[in-house]
Ligand binder design. Sequence first.
Ligand SMILES: O=C(O)CCC(=O)C(=O)O
Length: 292
Amino acid sequence: MPLTSLDANADIRDVVETLRRDGAVVVKGLVEVTLADQIIAELRPRLDASGLRSSSDFNGEKTLRANSVLTTAPSAAGLIDHDMVVGVADALLLPHCATYQVGSMTAIEILPGEAAQALHRDDSLYPIQTAGMELQIGVMWALDDFSVENGATRVVPGSHRFIRSWHLPDVSNWENAVMPKGSALFYLGSTWHGGGANQSNAPRAGLINTYSLGWLRQESNQYLETPPEIAAGFTPRLRALLGYTPHGSGDDKIGNFRGECAAWVEVPPEPAWRDERGQVGSAADAKSQAGV
Ligand SMILES: O=C(O)CCC(=O)C(=O)O
């Protein structure tokens, strides 16, 4: 099955429908090439200095990686909460949670000579599977032109329908997500994919962001990756995507309410106090209980 490519002006409903049908879809030219160039320029010093720290069999020995992307490349904000990404995530994730969150944010630069990465599904990090409920989606942004030669992400269209089991399914029918710089590959957490082999003589840079149901633990702790003092400089929507918002509300009848402290970030919490029974509260609570 070929991988479908849509244009940047595609209707979000078409992107969602194609994702549901094929498990992956490319949207071409979603951001300006200049933005992609700016992001990779901001990431360059970090990639060069420490990009190989996370090298491994799975991550690759000739692949540079960087997390905490927003601390180094604030321009990437425009990708992480891009309207189309948020629209697609709303449609696929919000039926199963009150709010969703960024699960991970990773710049990946595959250097010449790197072998193909093992095909895998991102949602295998969670030990559950419920029919009809996607746990997460991924968006791979092309910060270079992605080609067959330079290791465009490999995707197995239709593989989101494979039954999850200990037996490796037949993943031999993969396609490279060939796309120009500034495009995005959307894929479901259940879709088999992996980095391609770079047989060219130039690096291939991309940025993968995942978005997971808000009641799951983030794959990578975004409060540490983008700490409050940096998050405060971004829009409320992006802060909420990073997880700086509670899941559900106190009125939630189905017990969905989680992560309340995160809501305190805009107004830093006052020092906690401990009452006579050993219960912990905030100084504001103490004042209101004392009638001040
Ligand atoms: O670099 C790519 O194209 C994909 C990388 C990937 O899927 C991963 O590292 O989990």
